[in-house]
Design a protein around this ligand. Structure first.
Ligand code: C2O
Ligand code: CU
Ligand code: CU
Length: 437
């Protein structure tokens, strides 16, 4: 932290071992030399001041994902701020109104900048005593596309399968930058596990019931209770967060159960002989304005895609690891038939209005819809019970052929992005915005 109270964060290339012990280090892009970048942790009401210096060869910016932030601080290059050019600096200065688990990440060519490691956790602590009674563990989960010997292969991997289908699915999972880390927990003591999915496109399917975990918060927003899931698996889509309460009796593993065989990505051993403690005092929900469903304005959003469409639009130009030129073109995804890349707001509105967006996924792939600067409630979902409790979210998964309705009060002035957080999808057309005045 500098004398003026600003935390210095610089983006730049650095080498980090993600692969096996004998593998080489990968060339990542990181904040302050590591991916994930430094954990920023404040109490609610304290200012967050970050001086961002861009030491990359290309423009960048930092977005504070999930924070109901003032628009000029939202960090979207080209929409809410000018992209920070190589060698330049930008100061972020804001107060996060909600306690919870958030994260920050690059927001310029995000599929590439985030895919190469530019992200970190942002934790806003409650002012309640809760935090003295529980251990607090942040787990940032990522999947990387690694080639031979650990070479990061994000750019050259952008084939039709990844861009037009499920997004870039990596082949190497890390938690806090490490493959399969082992944690030691004290027997019987309460732990809050803050899971953050930083992957470009991978949806993790978890089974928290198996190790007796209960849900405290979705996307940073506390439920005010510890909820036992009534369904499994529990899906954690790209950019989504889940806070789990675990009071461990025995060791367990965090595993993905979507495939034929579950695979673990973090293990937890239990030490000591403590008695099983009671639940701690739980964090309260944040004061988010409730949508007024009776007087809401309805917007329809059809997601389509798959055809390559207009191939003249160059999304990315760069170099492969081997030095060859690489270019990715094409608009493959659209909202209401337009791959508009945030050029046309899908609606404009006055602050205070309730909006219900009915989103129909007319594609064969899942998507992870994210709204900037606001949290919403998923008020309906076709053929599924998973949002029965209607939790607040900032990113919602929508299964193939599924329709959901989300409702929220637009109470934050400015132009806000609304995009799929499968980052290749966002780059290839699944991005729009709305304006609040
Ligand atoms: Cu975390 Cu526009 O996204
Ligand atoms: Cu965001
Ligand atoms: Cu998508």
């Amino acid at each position: 932290i500098a004398e003026d109270g600003f935390l210095e964060i610089s983006a730049g290339p650095s080498r980090q071992k993600l692969y096996r012990n004998d593998g080489m280090a990968s060339d990542l892009w990181t904040y302050n030399g590591t991916s994930p970048g430094p954990e920023i942790r404040v109490r609610r009401g304290e200012p967050i001041r970050v001086r961002f210096t861009n030491n990359l060869q290309e423009p960048s910016s930092i977005h504070w994902h999930g924070v109901r932030i003032a628009n000029p601080m939202d960090g979207v290059a080209g929409l809410t701020q000018k992209a920070v050019a190589p060698g330049e600096t930008f100061e972020y200065d804001f107060v996060a109104p909600d306690a919870g688990t958030f994260w920050y990440h690059a927001h310029n060519k995000s599929w590439n900048q985030v895919g190469r490691g530019l992200y970190g956790p942002l934790i806003v602590e409650d002012d309640e005593a809760f935090f003295d009674q529980v251990h607090d563990l942040t787990l940032v989960i990522d999947d990387w596309q690694l080639g031979e010997g650990g070479v990061l292969d994000n750019a050259s991997f952008g084939g039709l399968m990844e861009w037009a289908h499920g997004g870039r699915m990596g082949n190497w999972i890390t938690v806090n930058g490490e493959p399969l880390p082992a944690f030691e927990l004290n027997k019987g003591e309460p732990y809050r596990l803050r899971l953050i999915n930083a992957a470009n496109a991978r949806i993790f399917a978890l089974d928290p019931n198996k190790f007796g975990a209960r849900i405290l918060a979705y996307d940073g927003q506390s439920l005010g209770r510890a909820e036992t899931l009534t369904y499994e698996p529990f899906l954690l889509g790209p950019a989504q967060r889940a806070d789990l309460l675990v009071i461990p009796e025995d060791g367990f593993a965090l595993e993905d159960v979507s495939g034929d065989r579950p695979f673990a990505f973090a293990t937890f051993q239990v030490r000591g002989n403590g008695n099983i403690q009671d639940d701690p005092k739980l964090p309260k929900p944040n004061p988010i304005p409730e949508p007024d469903l009776e007087n809401a304005r309805r917007i329809k959003l059809d997601m389509t895609g798959g055809a390559m469409g207009d191939l003249s639009n160059i999304i990315y130009q760069g170099k492969k690891q081997n030095g060859d030129d690489f270019q990715r073109t094409g608009q493959v995804w659209a909202f209401n038939g337009i791959a508009n890349l945030a050029e046309n707001p899908m609606f404009s509105s006055k602050a205070g209005e309730t909006i219900i967006v009915e989103i129909s996924n007319n594609t064969r792939w899942p998507h992870a819809m994210h709204v900037h600067g606001h949290h919403f409630r998923v008020i309906s979902r076709s053929a599924s019970e998973i949002d029965a409790g209607k939790p607040w979210r900032d990113t919602a998964l929508i299964g193939p052929e599924q329709t959901i309705e989300i409702a929220f009060v637009v109470d934050n002035r400015g132009k806000w992005l609304f995009h799929c957080h499968m980052l290749e999808h966002a780059a290839a057309g699944m991005t729009t915005c709305f304006e609040v005045s």
